[in-house]
Design a protein around this ligand. Structure first.
Ligand code: C2E
Ligand code: CA
Ligand code: CA
Length: 700
């Protein structure tokens, strides 16, 4: 409402200002009024080229018709000269006005106005003079008609501006009216009628002119508005076009970002999904079958940690290029996430084809790569799912292939697997383990079992290894292999490990308090625990709260933990300074060399059970084992053999001077209460049999 009022006021001001442009142009008019002024001035100059000559011409014609007037030659000559001068000036001004622009044009228009007034005044004076001297004769009538014609001519050209028109009308008619009045008073026939007519014409043309000015200005105003609207539209159209092209650019960028992986240049996850869905639709019932491969690089984290992230990126690019080179027309490769790739391979109908595809991929990936001057052979695990047997939607196929890949990763022998429904079950169980693990710790569902370690020198128990178990309310006893990795991946291993450590120390304290002779308690430590800066303090606290001697606590650390992290070495030094014994677990399965034993504070080497198993069938393995034991002894470490299941193992290991034995032959891991009873029996039997007696305890 208010807005409309303001706009209305502005409009009225503009019209008013524009109507009076000769008086106001150039001062602080609004832009619209100024534009109208400029247009009108120009128009004035353009239109009035002919008008200035009209009055002198008419005068010549009059004189030519009536030579009698020549007796008044003096005033007539003066008037004529004035008229001619004004005419000349007007022509020049009109020309200039239409040619030039800006504020100068306005002052010219003002001069123009003056000359127009003078012309009107001269002509009117002449006609009035005629009237006074000759009365209304034919010639005077003609002159009066010419005056009317001048008014009409002026009307068409001068009504561009209100003041201009008003002054012209006034200048043209005023002397005539005055002289007509004088003539009428001197008794001119019809003098008063003529005066009335003259007055009426003056009034009428004045009022009518005013109306024309207003219409003209309003027209100009609308035209200006229209022009403004057109230019605004043109501007907005240009802007729109710019926005459109920017939008196109952004769309293309978004397409590239969402359809292609930025690092490797192969497809993205969403692109893969789309292609897979399209493939499922076109291949329909499965006449031409295809497979989805899920590929995950092994030890990618270690590569990043060891060589840096740039090298990790480089490796990803190389692997992507390699698998990409194996793709045929219509096959498709994509990167799903950090080190995971997916491939869609057509015409894979059965297990035989699937095997061939996976082996081809692995062979290509395993070709040597040089990263920062070091040559490595990349390794990967691959899972495969076939359409439609293993899934009939994109999601199902990908999930199946992923499950198969996880199975392949866990397997020790081969790094590829085809999907089977049991894998889904296993995956579901893993997922539920993840969800239940936290509450399991707070509700006390974990227990410890202990496996005796027998000294080869006296057959007595020299220590026990604590092994954690999960007493699940529905699923019974769950072995650590099923939840330790999950705990490591979910960050719960620190809490779980701390519980194992404290419980083991307190259990040992209980045994010793009950009168058992001291023996060592070995606790398994996850590589992640060693990276915790507060780990040494945790161990110290466990010792203090239980009160057992530091040298009775043994920490089992896997080889890989020591290899990959230098922080782990620092922690090991601190632990060793506490007086704790450190054992390398699963020795022989990693990549550590015996030389590294020299640099680390290691007290014990635990030979992996695979070595012990192979020992019986291969003389070479026996010799190899013998060498390991000798070198370990030379480096000041004692040796424990794991997985002792047969009497023959004992004989051979004793012959090789192994210090300690652990395995089902002696006992499975058992509950804490059974350890004292076992220890007693083992020692009693050892007294009877100088060799190593079998107590053969089995878990319940
Ligand atoms: P590990 O440290 O190598 O533990 C020895 C494993 O070998 C135990 O399996 C044990 O039951 C089994 N074993 C012992 N003697 C024999 C034998 O004569 N023959 C055969 N075939 N197996 C034998 P378990 O208890 O299932 O533990 C598996 C792994 O879980 C352990 O391997 C260890 O790496 C991990 N683990 C167990 N408890 C803990 C723990 O408290 N913390 C951490 N971080 N890891 C643990
Ligand atoms: Ca162990
Ligand atoms: Ca072991």
């Amino acid at each position: 409402m208010n807005n409309r009022k303001v706009t209305g006021n502005l409009q009225r001001t503009t019209i008013w200002a524009a109507e009076h442009w000769l008086a106001t142009c150039g001062s602080d008019l609004n832009a619209k009024a100024q534009k109208i002024c400029a247009t009108a001035v120009q128009e004035l100059g353009r239109r009035t080229g002919f008008l200035p000559m009209a009055a002198p011409l008419l005068m010549i014609i009059l004189l030519a018709f009536n030579p009698l007037l020549l007796e008044y030659w003096m005033p007539i000559a003066v008037l004529y000269l004035l008229l001619l001068m004004a005419a000349m000036i007007r022509i020049a001004l009109a020309q200039k006005i239409s040619d030039i622009g800006g504020g100068e044009r306005v002052s010219l228009a003002r001069q123009y106005q003056t000359t127009v007034d003078i012309s009107g005044l001269c002509w009117s004076s002449l006609v009035g003079l005629m009237l006074l001297t000759r009365g209304i004769d034919q010639l005077t009538e003609l002159a009066l008609i010419a005056t009317l014609a001048l008014t009409a001519g002026g009307f068409t050209t001068l009504t561009l501006e209100m003041t201009l028109w008003r002054r012209f009308v006034f200048a043209l008619w005023m002397p005539l009216i005055l002289l007509t009045t004088a003539s009428a008073m001197q008794g001119l026939e019809h003098g008063w009628i003529l005066l009335t007519i003259e007055l009426l014409i003056m009034l009428f043309s004045g009022i009518q002119g005013q109306r024309v000015v207003r219409d003209y200005i309003t027209g100009l105003l609308s035209q200006t508005d229209l022009e403004q609207a057109v230019s605004t539209i043109a501007f907005q159209r240009d802007e729109l076009l710019t926005h459109e092209s920017r939008l196109d650019e952004l769309m293309e960028q978004a397409y590239r970002l969402s359809y292609y992986d930025q690092l490797t240049g192969i497809g993205s996850r969403s692109h893969f999904h789309e292609r897979l869905t399209a493939n499922i639709l076109t291949r329909g019932s499965g006449q031409r079958r295809f497979a989805v491969l899920y590929l995950d690089l092994d030890g990618f984290k270690d590569i990043n940690d060891t060589f840096g992230h740039e090298a990790g990126d480089e490796l990803l690019k190389i692997v992507a290029r390699r698998v990409g080179s194996l793709m045929r027309k219509d096959d498709f490769a994509a990167r799903l996430g950090s080190d995971e790739l997916a491939l869609m391979v057509n015409n894979v109908a059965n297990n035989h084809d699937a095997l061939a595809v996976m082996q081809r991929c692995l062979k290509e990936i395993r070709l040597p790569v040089t990263l920062q001057g070091r040559t490595i052979c990349p390794r990967a695990s691959i899972g495969i799912a076939l359409h439609p047997a293993d899934g009939d939607t994109a999601l199902a196929l990908l999930k199946a292939a992923e499950s198969a890949m996880h199975t392949a990763k866990r397997a020790t022998k081969q790094r590829f697997a085809r999907y089977s429904p049991e894998m889904t079950l296993a995956a579901e169980q893993r997922l539920s383990i993840e969800q239940e693990l936290r509450s399991a710790l707070t509700t006390g569902q974990f227990t410890l079992h202990f496996q005796p370690q027998i000294s080869t020198t006296n057959g007595c128990i020299s220590g026990v290894e604590a092994l954690v178990r999960w007493q699940h309310p529905d699923r019974g006893l769950i072995p650590p292999a099923e939840f330790i990795t999950v705990a490591e991946n979910t960050g719960m291993i620190d809490e779980l490990g701390e519980w194992v450590l404290f419980s083991s120390c307190h259990q040992a304290a209980k045994w010793f308090a009950s009168g058992m002779p001291p023996f060592s308690v070995a606790v398994n430590i996850s590589p992640l625990q060693l990276l915790d800066p507060g780990f040494t303090d945790t161990v110290r606290a466990a010792l203090e709260s239980s009160g057992i001697d530091a040298e009775l606590l043994e920490l089992e650390i896997t080889e890989s933990a020591i290899q990959t992290h230098s922080e782990a070495r620092d922690t090991m030094m601190q632990l060793s300074e506490l007086g704790i014994r450190i054992a390398i677990d699963d020795f022989g399965t990693g990549y550590s060399s015996l030389a590294s034993l020299k640099e680390l504070p290691i007290d014990r080497v635990k030979i992996d059970r695979l070595f012990v198993k192979d020992m019986l069938s291969s003389e070479r393995d026996t010799a190899f084992l013998g060498n390991i034991i000798n070198i370990a002894h030379l480096l000041g470490c004692d040796v424990v053999a794991e997985g002792v299941e047969e009497r023959a193992h004992i004989d051979k290991l004793c012959a090789l001077s192994c210090d300690c034995l652990q395995g089902y032959y002696f006992s499975q891991p058992v509950a804490a209460e059974r350890i004292p009873e076992y220890a007693r029996e083992a020692c009693d039997l050892a007294l009877e049999d100088p060799g190593l007696a079998r107590v053969a305890v089995t878990a319940e």
